[in-house]
Design a protein around this ligand. Structure first.
Ligand SMILES: Cc1cc2nc3c(=O)[nH]c(=O)nc-3n(C[C@H](O)[C@H](O)[C@H](O)COP(=O)(O)OP(=O)(O)OC[C@H]3O[C@@H](n4cnc5c(N)ncnc54)[C@H](O)[C@@H]3O)c2cc1C
Length: 309
């Protein structure tokens, strides 16, 4: 059983390498990686035995990147391909699997060896159930979002670097403009503290209550889907169809705690809920529940935190 790891997101690639290394060591097997535009020796220090490089990949485009991953799979001949389930990776992984004619398990949350087989965990039924799945094809393509696994401490190791030669296909999409996302919502997946707004907020201007407390806590601001997709107050949301987050502290303000939202926050270390309805299901999954009106609780909390600071 051997592994090939690829993500266009370098940090995520290292996290996947950490897990692949752990599993490979249990099986006495090898880990290869495809490095896209980064120093291949970094991948070696993060656990890869062999690193493939492809020149001319440039910025992300699914056709050339897909061709490069397929070529790396052919060269490495792994039994399992770990890919990053970023927005781009979730598009790339099924394409790679389809080109190879093999199975794909996208957006998994965990993986272990069971009786010599790779078994993954995935959230199903809107996040209410964790399914264990295994594949009947070899290789199998499996993708994981950021922060499912820890990257290893880099160590000095020896590894082989192999340049792959291939004619990259022309991308069929032309990027006409790129714009950076606003900082406040750009880093939810890697944020260590998140304060989040639900429909308990009555007007967009009221989000300043959240901004004030976020500033003191050095937190990122998240929200539920209706706040983003229906009301358009923010550009992305937390949950099964949005960002899956893993902060040390998640403060849900005026959030009811439906299963679709909870699926995205269940890996938070500490969840605090502020909701005026004592029967709101968010209280049931919180470590600390405040039954109260966000319009009273948030200013009071902000004041108390300011005084302590
Ligand atoms: C296929 C699908 C995918 C979905 N994916 C997601 C997803 O990824 N993420 C997501 O968030 N949702 C998702 N949803 C929507 C989800 O089902 C819920 O509708 C949504 O999460 C509810 O958002 P909310 O908690 O902001 O609003 P509500 O459910 O309306 O809850 C508002 C809460 O605020 C409380 N409240 C009201 N006023 C105050 C006050 N002044 N002070 C304190 N508390 C107050 C209320 O008691 C209530 O509990 C999805 C739905 C579907 C069908």
């Amino acid at each position: 059983m051997s592994f090939l790891v690829f993500s266009e997101d370098r940090e995520l690639a290292f996290q996947l390498l950490g897990k692949a290394r752990e599993l490979a060591d249990k099986m006495g097997s090898e880990v290869a990686a495809l490095a896209a535009g980064s120093d291949p020796m970094e991948y070696v220090s993060q656990g890869a035995d062999k690193v493939y490089t492809v020149s001319g990949l440039g910025g992300f485009n699914v056709e050339p990147y897909g061709a490069a991953v397929v070529e790396a799979v052919k060269a490495a001949n792994p039994s399992t391909v770990f890919m990053g389930a970023t927005k781009r990776g979730k598009e790339l992984a099924p394409r790679v699997a389809s080109s190879l004619g093999v199975g794909c398990m996208n957006d998994c949350s965990g993986v272990e060896l069971e009786e010599g087989k790779i078994v993954v965990e995935r959230l199903t039924y809107g996040g209410s159930t964790v399914a264990k799945e295994t594949s009947t094809s070899t290789p199998t393509v499996i993708s994981f979002p950021p922060r499912c696994f820890e990257k290893l401490e880099p160590v000095e190791r020896t590894g082989e670097v192999v340049e792959l030669e291939l004619d990259l296909p022309e991308p069929r999409v032309k990027v006409v403009e790129s714009r950076e996302k606003p900082k406040s919502t750009a880093d939810l997946e890697s944020a260590s503290i998140i304060v989040s707004a639900g429909r308990g907020f009555k007007a967009k201007e009221d989000l300043r209550l959240l901004e004030e407390i976020a500033e003191i806590l050095d937190a990122q601001i998240g929200c539920t889907r209706p706040i983003s997709a229906d009301l358009g107050w923010m550009d992305q949301w937390v949950g099964i169809s949005g960002k899956k987050v893993k902060p040390s502290l998640y403060v849900a303000c005026g959030v009811s705690g439906t299963i679709q939202h909870v699926a995205g926050i269940r890996d938070s270390q500490i969840i605090v809920s502020i909701n005026s309805d004592e029967r709101a299901s968010i209280h049931g999954i919180s470590d600390y529940s405040l039954v109260g009106d966000i319009y009273e609780v948030l200013p009071a909390l902000t004041k108390a935190l300011r005084e302590r600071a």
